[in-house]
Design a protein around this ligand. Structure first.
Ligand code: PLP
Length: 409
């Protein structure tokens, strides 16, 4: 029999057999659809060292500084998910025994605590009620008790769709106590205001596949001078090699070698950042706000409940309470199979989630998604007023202009 070659060749199946015939519209909590220019750039491979790559890296950094709203030199890319940028932050900033206060809004903001624990840091978590944003007074009290070196928080907690709109105030308080402020802006960067320098944020973490509408797998992180100095001041050796920011600096700031950079992913990120810069942050924020709120008006107009009250509601990812008798899986499977629209379940909350990040915030995507969602509800036996929902969404869009008019001083 088949003795000469050892392990036999597997049965082969083409991607065409596996992938859906008609691509799904990606309206979940990420990855999100990518623009054609990003997809095209993602097919490019060049030498990861040398002058061409150096030019690309230079532009990525300067465009990223605009998106992060920082003048800090210390912008770095990471080969890996947003969690890799988070891990890079945790392992470089914290030494064993050092204190971190993690504001825990849920699944994602807890991750920093998990990573800090593995580093051997002294981890304290402030648990924030599921439907609420972090309360600055409670944070101040916790800081006074713990006196942490680092405080970490999420701008938008994707898992329960809460927005920590108190971020700026909390960062100001943390600074009074000399803390380094780490912000997870994975689902929010370029979808809503975040001013790293002006708000005294020391580290901003993001991924590619959400607000930036790039591919998953290449992420960005920015450190303030103060955070960089804290890393310089480390006395204990770093256990990680890939995530060592001083080694990463060699590639991102000295045109040198660390590991082979994810060239194609960086090309994609370059194009994604360029699209943000061309659109301008102001217009991009306005587009996200308008589209997300129109979608919310449509969902409410059908008679369904949004999970979070307006004050603390995240716009980047919209959480909808699951009607009684249904499960997230039933809804997500049905809308995907029947209408070719992909939405997300959740981690621990009784909701389904529709993303409003980057390319998801286009009017044509909104109408297809809301129609698919309302139809799914009807198919599954939920009484919804779908025509009214569609009309409410259209009315909202008509009421608010597509572009913000900026005063030219
Ligand atoms: C998606 C997300 C993450 C994790 O990103 P990965 O790329 O999956 O590692 C972390 N934080 C927030 C707020 C997110 O939305």
């Amino acid at each position: 029999m088949n003795s000469s070659t050892g392990i036999p060749r597997p049965q082969l199946q083409s991607l065409d057999d596996i992938l859906p015939q008609e691509p799904l519209l990606m309206m979940g909590a990420g990855p999100v659809p990518i623009p054609e220019r990003v997809a095209k750039a993602n097919s490019v491979v060049i030498n990861h060292l040398g002058t061409t790559m150096a030019k690309v890296i230079d532009q990525v950094k300067s465009m990223a500084r605009y998106v992060f709203q920082t003048e800090s030199k210390w912008v770095l890319g990471v080969a890996g998910p947003a969690s890799a940028a988070m891990e890079m932050t945790a392992v470089n900033l914290l030494q064993p025994g050092e204190k971190i206060l993690c504001l825990n809004n849920g699944f994602f903001s807890h991750r920093m605590a998990e990573m800090a624990g593995r580093v051997g840091a002294d981890v304290h978590e402030l648990h924030i009620p599921v439907h609420e944003a972090a309360d600055p007074d409670r944070v101040r009290k916790a800081i006074e008790q713990v006196r942490p070196k680092v405080i970490s928080m999420v701008q938008g907690e994707t898992s329960n769709t809460v927005c920590n709109y108190t971020l700026k105030d909390i960062a100001a308080i943390a600074k009074e106590y000399g803390c380094l402020v780490v912000v997870d802006a994975v689902c929010t960067l370029s979808t809503m205001p975040l001013k790293m320098d002006e708000w005294n944020v020391d580290v901003v973490i993001t991924g590619g596949q959400k607000g930036l509408s790039s591919i998953p797998g290449v992420s960005l992180v920015a450190f303030s001078n103060e955070a960089w100095q804290a890393i310089e001041n480390r006395t204990s050796p770093l256990t990680h090699w890939c995530f060592d920011v001083k080694l990463a600096e060699n590639f991102w700031h000295r045109d040198g070698y660390h590991y082979t950079a994810p060239v194609s992913g960086i090309m994609a990120l370059h194009e994604a950042l360029k699209l943000v810069c061309e659109e301008t942050l102001e217009q991009r924020f306005a587009r996200h706000l308008r589209c997300s709120q129109a979608l919310q008006a449509g969902i409410a107009g059908m008679g369904l409940d949004l999970f979070i009250e307006p004050t603390a509601r995240l716009n980047s990812v919209v959480g909808i309470s699951i009607p009684e008798g249904l499960t997230a899986k039933q809804i997500c499977d049905h809308i995907s199979e029947t209408y070719r629209v992909e939405i997300a379940g959740s981690f621990g909350q009784p909701i389904v989630r529709i993303g409003q990040m980057g390319e998801q915030c286009r009017e044509h995507n909104l109408f297809r998604t809301l129609h698919a969602f309302g139809s799914t509800m009807r198919d599954l036996g939920v009484k919804v007023d779908q025509p009214n929902g569609m009309a409410e969404m259209e009315a909202y869009l008509q009421k608010y202009p597509r572009h913000v008019h900026l005063d030219v001083a």
